[in-house]
Design a protein around this ligand. Structure first.
Ligand SMILES: [Mg+2]
Length: 131
């Protein structure tokens, strides 16, 4: 896979523009669509026990359905970012750096606690935690 985010966004914008759909892609509607498509991912999990869901994702037909919904989420995320002028690569790297500050390995390793519930770093290793 050698497509960049810019290539994929361009393909989506071309698809949209060939259909004259830009008029419908208001910021609000792209935000709603992202959430609605994410809910469709969840719908695949509805009523399935953990082992049933794992089997579903391992099955080619189930995985294809999941891939379809992931693609819908990805498409709306790219369209939303384009519409809002967000560089997703930059945003992700920035968020990763913020999360590294909030979740130091020394206190978060193997723990699922929210950062505000993690123990304080030992003196000398303390970094200010953002709240
Ligand atoms: Mg969908």
């Amino acid at each position: 896979m050698t497509q960049t985010l810019a290539d994929l966004t361009r393909a989506l914008l071309d698809f949209r523009d060939e259909r004259n759909w830009a008029q419908f892609h208001r910021l609000k509607d792209l935000m709603l669509s992202l959430s609605l498509e994410a809910a469709e991912v969840l719908e695949l999990a509805q009523w399935k026990r953990d082992e049933e869901l794992e089997a579903f994702a391992a099955d080619p037909e189930g995985r294809a359905l999941l891939a379809d919904e992931c693609a819908d989420v990805f498409a709306y995320l790219l369209l939303l970012a384009d519409r809002a002028g967000i560089d997703l690569t930059e945003a992700l790297l920035l968020k990763l750096a913020k999360n590294a500050e909030k979740y130091p390995v020394a206190t978060s390793y193997g723990r699922s606690d929210k950062y505000s519930r993690l123990p304080e770093l030992p003196v000398g290793k303390a970094k200010r935690r953002e709240r």
